[in-house]
Design a protein around this ligand. Sequence first.
Ligand SMILES: [Zn+2]
Length: 507
Amino acid sequence: MSYYVTTPIYYVNGEPHLGHVYTTVAADVLARHMRQRGEEVFFLTGTDEHGEPVAQAAEREGVTPRELADRHAARFKEVAARVGATNDFFIRTSDPEHEAVVAEIATRLKRNGHVYEGTYEGWYCPRCADFKTDAELVNENECPIHQITLEREKEDNWFFRLSAFQEPLEQLYAERPGWVLPANRYNEALSFIQGGLNDLSLSRARLRWGVPVPWDPEQVVYVWIDALLNYLSALSYARDGEDLTAGFWPPTVHLIAKDILKFHAVIWPAMLMAAELELPERLFIHGYLLMDDHKMSKSLGNVLDPFRVMDLYGTDALRYYLLREVAFGQDGSISPEGFENRYTTELANEYGNLASRTLAMVARYRDGVVPEADPPAELVDEFEGLVETVCQRLDRVEVSGALDDIWTRVRCLNRFVQDHEPWKLAKDPERAGELDQVLFGAVEGLRVVSVLLHPYLPSTADRLLAALGAEDLSLDGARLGAVGGGARIGELGQLFPKVEAPEPSPA
Ligand SMILES: [Zn+2]
């Protein structure tokens, strides 16, 4: 089976921020999990580089758009690496191979009779690189996203006959109710379609920084058509001398934020239908993380800057918090105080302590060797069906829901150790068998949750599994008792050390 997951390509004309980190981390969790399942995975992220805003910014700086894009793309690439993303490729829409695919698909749309010449007039937001309908405007003529005053613009363009796809799109939505998740976004996209579709300008006349329209090089392909095609073009040149399209198309899931729903849920499937290409299996739309800046923390101040969090607490802690605090798919608040709470109570006290305590007891009571025993029945019950549940949830992109299921078991293991008091059992030689079983159960439970947590906390889980002498990450092994006793426990150190508030830097 193949699994193809994408993030949106990030527009280079800005700083990488929490929103980019959020989507990339979620996509990475899915990619890592699917690899653990033995799937062939292709995980794509990258940068969107064409369009007026980049050309304007380059002009202001006195550099070429390509030079500006090079500089900015490098930063987004760094951020992907920094958050631990295991993307298989990083696409840039200024790659010549991508541009060739855009030209090819545009030509195909025209050949298939879906393109015509016309005049467009509308409210144009240069920062969205998109025209706005009257209904979308706020304060008479402002962009609803950028709150800048828009001008009425008019030009001769090539048009994509989007209106012709209203019925096919309605049919798609009727046949595949799970194709856009969560359901409220499905409803939103469907009602947009049902409201009637206007044809879409496929080209722009005044712009130079883009892919020339193959049959009319005075125009460039509209930046959104160019951008959406990254999902297709990447497969054709991500690996030297190999075309991955047959193996990975169509995408399994596109992860996006709600501001680009219309492009992905309406325009993209229509374009693919027009080009006679298979549609993605699913779109998943995540919500916004809203900063609650009243909840300060000593180490982080009043804004949760993802880069500062990673500097002070490590990448895993950030990954965990983002997917734990707000249910993936919904809007929700995050805060520095909330981060510190989760770090201390969950990562350090619940998971970190469970690990250090379990390893210490094996070292002290069994000379550092995991005893042989049967898994305790109560833990077997608690862990029954866990792998299946996690897999089902991640199939539905319930990234936070799966984490919640795993964390319930972390807590249950803490309770298990607390209830059985191995430190008391150790004092009574008659109860050595019982102690063996409790220690074995705790180690096995810890191993299983760590395998399942690996996509969320990759370096932590790797360290812990190495210390347990059981480094296999495959989900087949994520069952209690899949690994027997006999392993020698290694050194672990503190997984989630206490972080002191740094000295304020001199102003
Ligand atoms: Zn705008």
